[in-house]
Design a binder for this molecule. Structure first.
Ligand SMILES: [Mg+2]
Length: 435
């Protein structure tokens, strides 16, 4: 099912400036039914309804793409569904399994870009940063996420993605093409394809809201688009109407990403020969450099570093520290060295079984650095030199193979550990093999 179609606006090619989008909204297609088809190949290509209990009096909580063609959807009574499609396959829901898939999906999306908001078990939104806002970059990100889900979570796991100036319109766009859709709504093209929709297609216009809009003379999307903000205020009976008007017309989403929720880290269970504190320290450093390299590749700076260590027979020891936004390996390695002392003192320098290093409080590189005013010219220049050096090391390692150049330890110390790809708890990106 590869129906992915990108609706490129006519102006995109002729305009000198690249169009921008701010949000990516992802909606998994027939989520529960797709998970069942993923786990039970005999159900693939067949009309499937997922039910809470096996009786005809219940309703479908999900319908496969094939079942939807018969008019069966979430909420369809099963007696009725069987009439619409006698060969319908019923499957009893396994919620635990859906939650597991949900987490696998989040993990996969996070490999490409941090998820800003989990809207439901099958809907997630990402607020794009400066490098991903230009339409070609955003489309590329969307395609990589789709491919990643198919290749690493399951071939039946498809999604529809919407790209738009705000979260509301991105969700609307994600609803416009199913399955496996990719729809772009550009601010400069509005109302554009919105006019193809019915009022009820929009999130926020339900069974109760529709008659209230009718009462205000709004019956079509064109009416809704042309309505004054005051009219919608009246229809909704308050500021919800103003918000709806604002969102419909492409205004920025109100909620900004809470930066401290973004993290990037690596952990490793050490082979017995690497469990002495000095060797474990090298592993920690190695994990940090890997995370820092990924941080730079994703165009972020970090403001917190967290280190956690589990000893062979003791409890977990941990510490974290806060600093001005950085992405260079030299400063981060220095911070880690201090944390290592603190944590290992807590651990009474026992043998280490597991090390986890996490960069937190990530900020997009393009974000102006707040304390810039208080940084001297010398400091700014030396920071720039360190960042340039770190990026140069990344490039060499990309080209010559990982650990060609490292900071603060001899590559041979950890070759045995960093050479084993499957030792990491998460599946690494292709680029990471060189980091
Ligand atoms: Mg869905």
């Amino acid at each position: 099912m590869r129906h992915g179609l990108v609706l490129m606006p006519a102006s995109a090619s002729s305009s000198a400036t690249t169009p921008l989008v701010d949000w990516l909204f992802l909606d998994l297609n027939s989520f529960f039914a797709s998970v069942e088809q993923q786990l039970h190949p005999e159900l693939r290509g067949k009309p499937v309804a997922v039910v809470p209990v096996m009786t005809d009096s219940t309703c479908a909580i999900a319908a496969s793409h094939e079942a939807k063609k018969f008019g069966i959807k979430t909420g369809t009574n099963i007696g009725e569904a069987r009439r619409l499609c006698p060969e319908l396959e019923l499957v009893e829901a396994s919620h635990g399994v859906y939650v597991e898939f949900h987490h696998e999906i989040l993990k996969e999306i996070d490999r490409h870009f941090p998820v800003h908001m989990i809207c439901s078990i099958d809907e997630m939104a990402c607020k794009l940063d400066a490098p991903r806002r230009p339409l070609p970059a955003a489309v590329d990100l969307a395609k990589r996420i789709k491919r990643g889900l198919r290749e690493r979570v399951g071939e039946c796991i498809t999604c529809s993605i919407g790209l738009a100036p705000n979260r509301f319109l991105a969700k609307v766009a994600s609803d416009m093409q199913k399955p496996d859709g990719l729809v772009v709504l550009l601010p400069e093209e509005l109302p554009g394809r919105l006019l193809e929709l019915e009022l009820r297609d929009l999130c926020g216009i339900g069974r109760r809201m529709e008659p209230r809009l009718h009462a205000c003379g709004i019956r079509t999307m064109a009416d809704l688009w042309q309505a004054e903000r005051e009219t919608l205020h009246r229809a909704w009976g308050g500021v919800c109407g103003d918000r709806f008007w604002h969102a419909l017309h492409g205004g920025a989403s109100e909620d900004d990403p809470p930066a401290q929720h973004r993290t990037l880290g690596h952990s490793h269970v050490l082979a017995p020969e690497l469990r002495t504190p000095p060797q474990a320290g090298v592993v920690a450093r190695r994990l940090l450099l890997k995370a820092a390299s990924r941080l730079r590749r994703m165009h972020y700076r970090a403001t917190h570093l967290h280190l956690s260590v589990r000893t062979e027979d003791g409890p977990r020891c941990e510490a974290q520290t806060k600093f001005d936004p950085v992405c260079d390996s030299i400063v981060l390695a220095r911070v880690l060295a201090e944390l290592w002392q603190t944590v290992m003192k807590q651990a009474r320098w026992q043998r280490v079984k597991k090390v986890s290093v996490t960069l937190m409080g990530l900020e997009a590189e393009s974000q102006p650095q707040q304390l810039e005013l208080f940084v001297s010219a010398d400091e700014a220049a030396s920071r720039e030199r360190r960042e340039t050096l770190s990026r140069t090391l990344d490039k060499i390692n990309q080209k010559r193979g990982r650990d060609s150049v490292v900071i603060g330890f001899t590559p041979d110390t950890v070759r045995t550990f960093s050479g084993s790809k499957i030792a990491f708890t998460r599946i690494p990106d292709r680029e990471e093999f060189q980091e």
